[in-house]
Design a protein around this ligand. Structure first.
Ligand SMILES: C[S@@+](CC[C@H](N)C(=O)[O-])C[C@H]1O[C@@H](n2cnc3c(N)ncnc32)[C@H](O)[C@@H]1O
Length: 278
């Protein structure tokens, strides 16, 4: 997840406010305390993601759908953030619903959709426990959102909840960062160029035993500055595939990041496609 080119020096920039983005998932994800995730960063999120190739991701999602011969009409975007990809998928003709744990992210998503008069439905919900009372033909979850679920038991719960929300024959497509990504300092990145309004400097600390990476993130924007700690857990193929099977999925196919080839030893992200049996 390299957002911007590296450059500049952070020595003279001092963050003043502490934020926490992404929480350890030792029960907190189902606890109201987890609601503090992606709160203060929400107003800056779209600015931070400006160079993220969402359009390419939408094309890739559709490529995976056609590869697995899935033709969803009603689609659920899990951990949809501020709804950028949700909106793009709506424009592609899908009937979209999105949800996220963070209220401020959903508020922004709702505001954006209302401004453009888009009939996209948004909810605040936890991927570990969600129950929307409706079913979908497709569920997606992009941009390593599920790495924020730092307990494998809770990731298993997510897979069960997704399965319960799918119609028979429905598809689930998502991505996860791998241990390779974290071991190779994927999160160590910065953009401190003078001409950039939102500057940042991130340093990750990987723990091979817990498989957790703790990323200390510092941001600067005009006179404002803040820092946050983001914790993700790495998940690899040998863990994820049995969990999907346990939830009831079949035709499970992993892909090397944004490709159609199988994952490699050095894949930093794996996309998964799975089907709920008819
Ligand atoms: C990196 S952002 C990705 C957002 C969006 N998918 C995108 O592509 O811009 C990760 C998102 O996961 C959400 N998230 C983290 N844990 C969650 C959980 N347990 N349930 C629902 N959303 C969660 C965060 O609030 C955040 O919006």
């Amino acid at each position: 997840m390299k957002l911007f080119d590296r450059g500049g020096d952070s020595e003279d920039l001092v963050p003043i406010e502490g934020l926490r983005v992404g929480v350890p998932d030792d029960g907190e994800q189902t606890n109201p305390a987890a609601k503090s995730s992606f709160q203060n960063v929400a107003p800056f999120y779209d600015e931070l993601m400006r160079q993220v190739p969402y359009r390419m991701w939408v094309s890739y999602y559709q490529l995976l759908l056609s590869t697995i011969e899935s033709r969803p009409r009603r689609v659920l975007d899990v951990a949809c953030g501020t709804g950028t990809m949700t909106e793009m998928l709506h424009r592609e003709g899908y009937q979209m619903t999105g949800f996220d744990l963070s209220e401020p992210m959903i508020e922004i998503a709702r505001r954006k959709a209302a401004k453009k008069k888009l009939p996209v439905e948004y909810h605040v919900a936890n991927a570990v426990t969600f129950d929307l009372g409706q079913k979908f033909d497709g569920v997606l979850c992009f941009f390593d959102s599920l790495n924020n679920i730092t307990s494998p038991d809770h990731l298993q719960d997510v897979f069960h909840r997704v399965f319960a929300h799918l119609e028979p024959g429905g598809s689930f497509i998502f991505d996860l960062n791998t241990a390779f990504a974290f071991r190779t300092n994927m999160f160590d990145q910065s953009d401190l160029r003078q001409q950039t309004r939102l500057k940042y400097d991130w340093q990750g600390s990987w723990d091979e035993d817990t498989r957790l990476i703790t990323v200390n993130m510092k941001f600067w924007r005009d006179e404002e500055s803040f820092s946050e700690t983001h914790i993700q857990r790495a998940y690899d193929l040998d863990e994820v595939i049995p969990m999907l099977e346990e939830a009831g999925f079949h035709q499970i196919q992993p892909f090397h990041s944004y490709g159609l080839t199988p994952p490699r030893k050095r894949s930093d992200r794996i996309h998964y496609a799975a089907i709920k049996p008819l």
